[in-house]
Design a protein around this ligand. Structure first.
Ligand code: AMP
Ligand code: ZN
Length: 507
C-alpha cells in the first residue's frame, strides 16, 4: 500500500484513488522565459517517479503539466505578486522578440530536457495563453458568488470571503492578520493586501492582452492552473504537485479559486519537492545562481548521472548540489551499467542452460524491499540501497560461478530501474556464434528482447541481418558477408568477428 506525504495534512497517508484504477495528476509546469535549471528538473522528477510507481502498481495515470506563458510577474516574492512586470514580457523586450517566440523557444528546451532526463511526457502540456476563455469563465463565477470583486478593470479574489484560506500553507486569515484593516500596501485597487489578482488591466501597449468583461488585460498567475486542471482532469483530482515555493501563495490561491468556483474539495494529495540548493542557497532563475542541464553535460556528466544524483536524496529533503556528489552519482551509475552488462552477457552465454536452475537469489525478498521503500513516501535513497544490495548479491553468485536464474534477475533489475526512470546503456556485447545461427531457432532466448533493453536501438532487422551474415560466412560468401556488415553499419551498429562469435558495438 502506497503511503505518501500530503502537505495538506502534514502526514503520510495511504493512497486511495478517487476512481478505481485511475489517477488524475496535475503538475505546475515551467514559466517559459528562461532555461530550466537542475532545481526545476528535480521538482519534475518527483511526479515522474510517482507516476512511474503508480503505473507499476497498475493504475492508469492521466498527467497534466501546464506551460506558463503569461501572467507570472517578476515580484512574486512580494505579498501576492500582483506588482512587477510579466516575466515573459520583460524577456521579450530585452531580446527584442515576441512573447510567443520567447515562450516557444523555452518550452521546446524544457520538453527536450525532460526527454533526455527520461521524464515521461505529460499526457498534455496545456498553455496558459490558450485557456483565457476558461479563466474568464471561472472569474465570472467567482464574482457572481461574491468571492471576487472588480475595480478599475482589475479583478481580485477577496480572501476574507473564503474562511478556509490558508488551509494548505498554514497562512490562515488569522495568521496573516488580515480582514481587519487595509493598509493599501500593494495594489491600490485591492481591499486587503493579501487579496490576489485574477485579472489585471493592461497598461497601454502591453505586449500581451485579451478582451474580457472587465478590461483589455491579462490573467493573474494563479488562475491558469485552476482553469487547466478542471478543463482536463475534472473538478476533483488525486494529486497536485509542485516545488515547495509553490505552496504559498500559488497553491493556496489555486485552492481558493477552484473550491469557491466548484463548491467541492479539489485535491486529495498535495506533493511538494524541497529545493535544490547551491552553497546552501536556493537555486533560482531569478538569482542567476543556477546550473542548466548543458552545464552538467559540458562537465562530462550524463542525464542519467544527474537522475541518479536526484534519486539519491529523498524528494522531501532539501538537497545541496555539488560536483563531488554528481561524480559519486556517476560512479554509481557506472556500477549499475557494469552489472547490467555482466548479467546480460551471462544470460546470453548461458542461454541454453537456463532451464531448471534454482535461483540463489531471493528475488521475492528484494522485490518486497523495493516495494516497501517505494510505498514509504517514494523513498528513492532506500530503493537505491536495495538495488545496490541486490547487485552485490548477484555479483557474488556470479563470482563463484554458481547457477542462478538470470532471466528473473534481469527482469527484476529492469523493472526496478524502470520505476526509477534510469536507462542504462551498454555500448557493446559479445554474442556466441550459435546464438545468431539462422537455422537454429532457439527456444530459450528472445534475442531482440534481451539485446533491445541494453543495446538501445537494436531491432529485429539488425538481428536478422546478423543471422544472414553468420550464414554467409559459414558458406564462405565473404562478399555477401561484407555487404551485410555495411547494412548493419547503416543501422548504427558495427559487427566485429571475434573468437567463437561476434561483438556487436553501438556506433
Ligand atoms: P518556475 O518555472 O520558476 O515556475 O519553476 C518551475 C518549478 O520548479 C516549480 O515547481 C518550482 O517550485 C520548482 N523549483 C524552482 N526552483 C527550484 C529549486 N531550486 N529546487 C527545486 N525545485 C525548484
Ligand atoms: Zn500552478
Amino acid at each position: 500500500m502506497l503511503k505518501i506525504y500530503n502537505t495538506f495534512t502534514n502526514k503520510k497517508e495511504e493512497f486511495k484513488s478517487i476512481n478505481a484504477g485511475k489517477v488524475g495528476m496535475y503538475t505546475c509546469g515551467p514559466t517559459v522565459y528562461d532555461y530550466i535549471h537542475i532545481g526545476n528538473i528535480r521538482s519534475y522528477t518527483t511526479p515522474d517517479i510517482l507516476r512511474r510507481y503508480l503505473l507499476y502498481l497498475g493504475y492508469e495515470v492521466k498527467h497534466i503539466k501546464n506551460i506558463t506563458d503569461v501572467g507570472h510577474l517578476t515580484e512574486d516574492d512580494i505579498v501576492q505578486g500582483d506588482s512587477g512586470e510579466d516575466k515573459l514580457v520583460k524577456k521579450s523586450l530585452k531580446e527584442k522578440k515576441s512573447p510567443e517566440e520567447i515562450a516557444n523557444f523555452y518550452e521546446e528546451y524544457f520538453k527536450e530536457t525532460e526527454k533526455e532526463m527520461n521524464i515521461l511526457p505529460a499526457n498534455y502540456f496545456p498553455r496558459a495563453t490558450a485557456h483565457i476563455p476558461q479563466m474568464i469563465k471561472i472569474i465570472e463565477s467567482l464574482i457572481e458568488k461574491g468571492f471576487a470583486y472588480e475595480k478599475n478593470g482589475n479583478v481580485f479574489f477577496n480572501i476574507c470571503k473564503f474562511s478556509e484560506y490558508g488551509k494548505l500553507s498554514g497562512n490562515t486569515l488569522e495568521n496573516l492578520n488580515v480582514c481587519k484593516r487595509f493598509d493599501g500596501e500593494e495594489h491600490e485597487d485591492k481591499k486587503n493586501q493579501w487579496d490576489f489578482a485574477l485579472w489585471l488591466k493592461a497598461p497601454k501597449n502591453h505586449l500581451m492582452q485579451w478582451q474580457s468583461p472587465w478590461s483589455v488585460g491579462y490573467p493573474g498567475w494563479h488562475i491558469e492552473c485552476s482553469a487547466m486542471s478542471t478543463e482536463y482532469l475534472g473538478e476533483q483530482i488525486d494529486f497536485h504537485t509542485g516545488g515547495e515555493d509553490n505552496i504559498f501563495p500559488h497553491h493556496e490561491a489555486e485552492i481558493a479559486q477552484t473550491e469557491c468556483h466548484t463548491g467541492k474539495k479539489w485535491v486529495n494529495y498535495w506533493i511538494h519537492t524541497r529545493y535544490l540548493l547551491v552553497d546552501s542557497e536556493k537555486m533560482a532563475k531569478s538569482k542567476g545562481n543556477f546550473y542548466k542541464f548543458e552545464d552538467v553535460k559540458e562537465k562530462g556528466f550524463s542525464a542519467m548521472d544527474l537522475r541518479m544524483l536526484i534519486l539519491s536524496s529523498h524528494y522531501r529533503s532539501q538537497m545541496n548540489f555539488s560536483w563531488e556528489s554528481l561524480t559519486q552519482a556517476q560512479k554509481n551509475r557506472k556500477t549499475l551499467e557494469n552489472f547490467f552488462a555482466r548479467i546480460t552477457n551471462s544470460a546470453i552465454h548461458n542461454f541454453n542452460n537456463q532451464q531448471n536452475k534454482r535461483s540463489k537469489i531471493d528475488i521475492k525478498k528484494f522485490q518486497e524491499q523495493f516495494e516497501n521503500a517505494m510505498n514509504d513516501d517514494l523513498n528513492t535513497p532506500l530503493v537505491l540501497s536495495v538495488i545496490f544490495d541486490f547487485v552485490k548479491n548477484v555479483n557474488s553468485v556470479l563470482d563463484k560461478n554458481e547457477n542462478t536464474n538470470l532471466t528473473e534477475v534481469k527482469s527484476f533489475f529492469e523493472k526496478s530501474l524502470n520505476v526509477l526512470g534510469i536507462v542504462l546503456e551498454i555500448k557493446s556485447l559479445k554474442l556466441p556464434k550459435e546464438i545468431v545461427d539462422l537455422n537454429k531457432e532457439n527456444e530459450f532466448i528472445d534475442l531482440k528482447n534481451i539485446l533491445g533493453t541494453v543495446l538501445l536501438g537494436i531491432s529485429q532487422e539488425i538481428i536478422d541481418l546478423m543471422k544472414q551474415r553468420n550464414q554467409a560466412r559459414d558458406e564462405k560468401d565473404f562478399k555477401k558477408s561484407d555487404q551485410l556488415r555495411d547494412e548493419i553499419k547503416k543501422l548504427g551498429f558495427e559487427i566485429k568477428d571475434v573468437k567463437d562469435g561476434y561483438e556487436l558495438v553501438k556506433l
